[in-house]
Ligand binder design. Structure first.
Ligand code: NAD
Length: 252
């Protein structure tokens, strides 16, 4: 029987090899095989925890309660996760000049851990903390989380992970760079994202409008699949990227 996924993966590999400017756009799905669940859905983190811990007002009013859960999810749990094959193939593509940038909505630092260099973190990162008072930033690994909430060593202000909380704006530089990528990309490569979180979700539409070919990997069809995707590779990111990497790097 004809294996449509294989045929489409081969086709995607050919397009990626020819493209002069490819941008990957990743969401929570790319990290699922690293053991980090998405926020939403039946097994998502919000089925276990209350998202109010990431509301700015709640955080300022109840820093200890918020930090207890933040530490558990984003430092004890995320901290142990390792990049999977999908992160690694993207890093290899960049190394061989087959990928110009990754725009990620993730905050888990796994693209950098896999070796990617040009990464625009649309929602910020858990790898740094920022003082809510003096705005100084710190490497999260150097902050002692034994006593929560953690405080700024410079001014004593409350520290917050350097990713955006509900209602906060997108980091300006990451937003600007993402718009530039959407203008310049010949191929926009969507991996593991629903397309429901705004304003991130609008970026692939801008790329399509500017003429990019849209390749998408997801086990489920999404709004992107219905509206803008040219080649849909239905499956788990790690598995599909493994196959794609073989076609890109091991075949002529
Ligand atoms: P999302 O838009 O990031 O959706 C997750 C998507 O991943 C879904 O479309 C799902 O079908 C897909 N998926 C599930 N398993 C997959 C796999 N093995 N391979 C590829 N795709 C897979 O939605 P969300 O989870 O609600 O996240 C909301 C926001 O929070 C997003 O910006 C997201 O990036 C962020 N978030 C980040 C992390 C992280 O840093 N790892 C974890 C959770 C959420």
């Amino acid at each position: 029987m004809l294996d449509i996924l294989k045929v489409n993966t081969k086709k995607a590999a050919q397009i990626l090899k020819q493209s002069k400017h490819t941008t990957a756009f990743t969401g929570a799905g790319i990290s699922v095989e690293s053991g980090i669940p998405p926020f939403r859905g039946k097994t998502g983190l919000w089925s276990k925890y209350d998202p109010k811990i990431l509301e700015l007002n709640y955080f300022h009013q109840h820093p200890e309660d918020s930090w207890e859960i933040i530490k558990e999810i984003f430092y004890d749990f995320f901290g142990k996760a390792q990049p999977n094959k999908a992160h690694k193939v993207l890093a290899k593509m960049e190394k061989y000049n087959l990928l110009q940038a990754v725009i990620t909505q993730n905050i888990d630092n796994l693209h950098q851990a896999a070796g990617s260099k040009t990464v625009y973190e649309f929602h910020g990162t858990s790898a740094k903390m920022v003082c809510t008072n003096c705005k100084r930033k710190f490497d999260s690994k150097k902050v002692n989380l034994e006593n929560i909430p953690p405080k700024c060593i410079a001014c004593g202000g409350l520290l917050k992970p350097d990713f955006i909380f509900l209602g906060e704006g997108i980091p300006v530089e990451a937003y600007q760079k993402s718009l530039e990528e959407a203008e310049n990309a010949e191929v926009f490569f969507l991996i593991g994202t629903t397309g429901l979180v705004e304003p991130a979700a609008s970026i692939p539409y801008k790329a399509k409008y500017n003429g990019a070919v849209i390749i998408e990997i997801n086990p489920e069809r999404t709004v992107f699949t219905e509206k803008i995707t040219d080649i849909f590779l239905q499956g788990k990111a790690g598995e599909v990227m493994k196959q794609l990497g073989e076609y890109i790097f091991e075949e002529d």
